[in-house]
Design a binder for this molecule. Structure first.
Ligand code: 6SG
Length: 210
């Protein structure tokens, strides 16, 4: 039995970055898929610390909050930079990813039809910081921080792939980010994960918008 279990809706949403991380790290995990009907019954929601999913189990440790889960995996699997300074930078990147992900979630779930044009117009301003980060680290040829992959790379990669579906040309003006997405996506285990039916057939969001 793998020690890890992801309990989440049948969507990529806030689950896909941790799945990509586990797949790339050669870890196996169990999925407990929660249907909307099951969720609406209310008993699982009532049992969740913040009334939300994803929920994550690592043996007898139960966690909620997707970013706390990513950080836990970062610490336990050595994906948190090489020292304290890099760890601080990894946190800074991940918080930036979270800021853009929250904007994306608001767009998808509250004003997709009326807000998409403005969102896509503002997108370069939100992507630029990540291009800047890459340009400051080995000319953009490595990871988002330092010389080793971190949990923030998986979170950023998932966010960028999701945005390329929303706005297919959104990385065209960001050469380092474009190359970064191509480079990470071609890591053999990530490539296999992205091509897997589990990933391909899982909708990005819970309301059919993307
Ligand atoms: C939604 O917001 O999937 N969790 C979500 N929604 C259900 O009753 N800060 C934390 C974190 O872990 C945020 C958690 C997040 O980082 S994720 C949750 O639990 C609730 O609040 C996005 C997602 N949405 C799809 C979805 C399926 C069932 C409930 C949510 C159908 C679609 C939208 C509502 C009903 Fe739906």
């Amino acid at each position: 039995m793998p020690p890890y279990t992801i309990i989440y809706f049948p969507v990529r949403g806030r689950g896909e970055a941790m799945r990509m991380l586990l797949a790339d790290q050669g870890q196996s995990w169990k999925e407990e898929v929660v249907s909307i009907e099951t969720w609406q019954q209310g008993s699982l929601k009532a049992s969740c610390l913040y009334g939300q999913l994803p929920k994550f189990q690592d043996g007898d440790l139960t966690l909620y909050q997707s970013n706390a889960i990513l950080r836990h995996l970062g610490r336990t699997l050595g994906l948190y930079g090489k020292d304290q300074k890099e760890a601080a930078l990894v946190d800074m990147v991940n918080d930036g990813v979270e800021d853009l992900r929250s904007k994306y979630v608001v767009l998808i779930y509250t004003n997709y039809d009326t807000g998409k044009d403005d969102y896509v117009k503002a997108l370069p301003g939100h992507l630029k910081p990540f291009e800047t980060l890459l340009s400051h680290n080995q000319g953009g040829q490595a990871f988002i921080v330092g010389n080793q992959i971190s949990f923030a790379d998986y979170n950023l990669l998932d966010l960028l792939l999701t945005h390329q579906i929303l706005a297919p040309r959104c990385l065209d003006t960001f050469p380092l980010l474009s190359a970064y997405v191509a480079r990470l996506s071609s890591r053999p285990k990530i490539k296999a994960f992205l091509a897997s039916p589990e990933h391909v057939n899982r909708p990005i969001n819970g309301n059919g918008k993307q």
